[in-house]
Design a protein around this ligand. Sequence first.
Ligand code: SPV
Ligand code: MN
Length: 626
Amino acid sequence: MNGYLEALQAKMSDADFQKLAAIPHTKVHEFIAKASDLCNCAKIFICNDSAEDIAYIRQKAIETGEEKVLAMPGHTVHFDGIHDQGRDREATKYLVPKGVTLSKALNQIDRQEGLAEVKSLLRDSMTGRTMIVRFISLGPPNSVFTVLGLQCTDSWYVAHSESLLYRPGYEVFRNADPSQEILRVLHSAGKLNENMVSVEHEKKRIYIDHMDNTIYSVNTQYAGNSVGFKKLAFRLAIRKADREGWLAEHMMIMGVHGPGGRKTYFSGAFPSACGKTSTAMLPGETIVGDDIAYLRDIGGVARAVNVECGIFGIIQNINPTDDALIYKVLTSPGEVIFSNVLVKDGKPYWLGMGCELPKDGVNFSGEWYEGKKDEQGNPIPPAHKNARYTVSLRALENCDPELDNPMGVELGGIMYGGRDSKAYVPVQQSFSWEHGIIAYGASLETETTYAILGQEGVPEINMMSIQDFISIPLGQNIRNNLEFGRKLKKAPIIFGVNYFLRDKDNGKFLNTPSDKHVWVKWMELRVHGEAGAIRAPTGLIPKYDDLRRLFKKVLNKDYAEEDYVKQFTIRVPENLAKIERVQRFYQENVSDTPSELFEILDQQRQRLVEARKRFGDYIPPESFEW
Ligand code: SPV
Ligand code: MN
């Protein structure tokens, strides 16, 4: 026994002590002992992932009032405070030692200063409470992809969410080589009000100490800030991947059915609220993951796993017509945690669910009634736009059977998608791996959404959709991606997608949400060389006839040529402006940008300028068919 275990014994039952003692990592004991001392918890609960422990955590979440039971068996609801409804960029900082700076684009604070600050906020934060310890396997267990995760939290809701979202890791820890690296998270919800909601939002801090593989999170409950293995440990995983030569990505993974019964796997990076989950969940296709993927070169091919095994998804606009599969899960018995929805008579309601919402109920602001206003006098909506649901992927009918394959799935294609109302066409294929990484991945721009606190609709660079999570110099990340594909015997084909293009005259969206299914099927054919393409200045774009056939087959829709022309017209001024913004961003913010980025974008500019000379500013796709 080491001194740490002994020190912990007083706060644990015999059973919990035995569970912890069976884990041979002194580092684990040390982390828990230091967390316990700092936060001054009354008790410690060790979860060994047994059915009993898992049920106990859920029960405690209900008993403490962090979750309330809803009418449907298995359903509960959790509320986050009015100022805690999304990931918080301002409060999230990287701790950097003296003399080191990460890219200017990242929020950072001196390590010593930051540690002192966050520790002072965590000090005694668990007085009178139980600290829950969870062991997680990020990625399938016993696989080359497996990464160990350890979280201490005083929130039963957070621990419960982890039961649905992550693979159990207790046995993995027990059997792991004690020298193995562990990603660690210490979280406290901080001071709570009578509704069990964190109140000291101005003292919310999420600090990333990559030198010690530890994340500190305090005075927040929103899962993106508190469930350590979502975006928190992801930041540490990006560094680990950088050191070890693989990729940790903000990507969904899906299987797409092609002709002759084949299935082709794709991964896709999209910033929050840009269609990532809804792409992964397209009916008739299969879902491997909707948020975080690890990619490795195995035998010369790119293989990927889902780091998680559940979904913390946006519930707004989920309705029986557009999202039949998930709607069914959300309205049937089974384990679901709703957050920040409206509750009336034990039933959850959300915006865009396809029926009328009650005029009163309970929501993230407490008792809610139509016309209720916030402190600034703005009307409070019945449910938050970023209201979410948490479910296990296994609850979905179309969960892919390869979810737990320790070797992952082989990727045929990779998509990058932003929220771009002006420039990029709905779908295009890159000319090469490098062109895809630079022109679609590194140039990914998006207009800000409600998933992040702050103003909406502002266009900003979101490199490979990991701008908020990147914990290494941005240029280094681009280089890692370029290298990764170059080393493969067969690199996945890279596509750029954009579900948010608008008509330049009337501002209306040019596509409906279901159209993405056609783009996905087109990409599947392209991976196998079974659809044609037109060489446009920004990439290889679909031919009308192929899309017409696919629209009929996939959606039973007649696709008008006029719509095709509007959607796939190359908008030269908007594309030139985009290149300008991207290059400026990297020039001004990223000192280690590889020169290849500027070269590839210069070539794209050149192609656009030449096309403009021949065809003008707005070039219908058929002009390039020669
Ligand atoms: C996202 O916002 O990208 C999410 C939800 O997937 S969060 O857990 O908040 O990151
Ligand atoms: Mn995400």
